[in-house]
Design a protein around this ligand. Structure first.
Ligand code: GTP
Length: 252
């Protein structure tokens, strides 16, 4: 049976050994992407060999946050500084990220799971299936109960939609059950995890999803799916529109 997993840049893999499961984590600024990655490392770091790649536009801030969280050997956390358009590095030209992932897989072989965090500020950023085998899209209740209903490729079709920080729901007037219901509706039944670091059952569900996905990956039954290109978006610090290879014209 042909291997359904996305291959890396041809010839760039260091040896024929099995590579790690690659998981993307995307979502708007501040929704808890780095915290989710830290949570996975805390929960699974003792039983699995993990590594992390972060993407920031000009800094390595997310990598520094994760290193200081003390949940993983700091050497296993690498930062990609993407320059102008952070979404290109996870969607159109993923070579910088692939090299970082492959370096980690080689340096710490065998690695079970590599988590790749997106950078930038876009609600609709998605990973290319050439870079990751499956992807999270992270929202939080502080963004409002409506946001899941509004859709977008990540919200609608990422492998998992995380509705994060449910512990804050009473303070921001959000009905979590309704938000999850709306999200499930927008996603045609794809997985939604209501998550809070203060809710052990939700953390266990996240952990279970990663382990189950790793099992499917190893069995060769995980078929990466593409949520689709990002929608038009604007970044405050730049002027003039541009387009991604498979997306519409937008400005940064
Ligand atoms: N109350 C609460 N706060 C959380 C939870 N998870 C994360 N946070 C907080 O949310 C804030 C943002 O978390 P980050 O993990 O830095 O979010 P991010 O999406 O990585 O942010 P950027 O990298 O800047 O896009 C931090 O202050 C976290 O402590 C949660 O479950 N509950």
């Amino acid at each position: 049976m042909p291997d359904p997993r996305p291959s890396s840049v041809p010839g760039a893999l260091h040896g024929p050994g099995p590579r790690a499961l690659r998981l993307g984590v995307a979502g708007p600024v501040g929704t808890g992407k780095s915290s989710l990655i830290a949570m996975v490392c805390r929960e699974l770091g003792r039983e699995l060999s993990l590594a992390v790649v972060t993407n920031d536009i000009y800094t390595d801030e997310d990598a520094r946050f994760l290193r200081s969280a003390g949940v993983l050997d700091p050497e296993r956390i690498r930062a990609v500084e993407t320059g102008a358009c952070p979404h290109t590095a996870i969607r159109d030209d993923v070579s910088q990220n692939l090299l970082a992932v492959e370096d980690l897989e080689r340096d710490f072989a065998p690695v079970d799971v590599v988590l790749v965090e997106s950078g930038g500020d876009n609600l609709t950023a998605t990973f290319s299936p050439a870079l990751v085998d499956a992807q999270f899209f992270v929202l939080d209740v502080a963004g409002g109960g409506d946001v899941a209903r509004k859709g977008g490729p990540g919200i609608a079709r990422a492998d998992v939609l995380v509705v994060n920080k449910t512990d804050l729901a009473p303070y921001v007037g959000v009905d979590v059950e309704q938000m999850v219901h709306d999200a499930e509706h927008a996603r045609d039944g794809r997985t939604v995890i209501a998550l809070s670091r203060a809710d052990a059952a939700s953390v266990a569900r996240l952990r279970g999803w990663v382990l189950e996905t790793l099992e499917r990956f190893r069995a060769g039954t995980l078929v990466p799916s593409d949520p689709g290109p990002m929608a038009p978006h604007v970044h405050a610090e730049e002027q003039g529109p541009h387009s991604h290879a498979d997306g519409p014209v937008h400005t940064h």
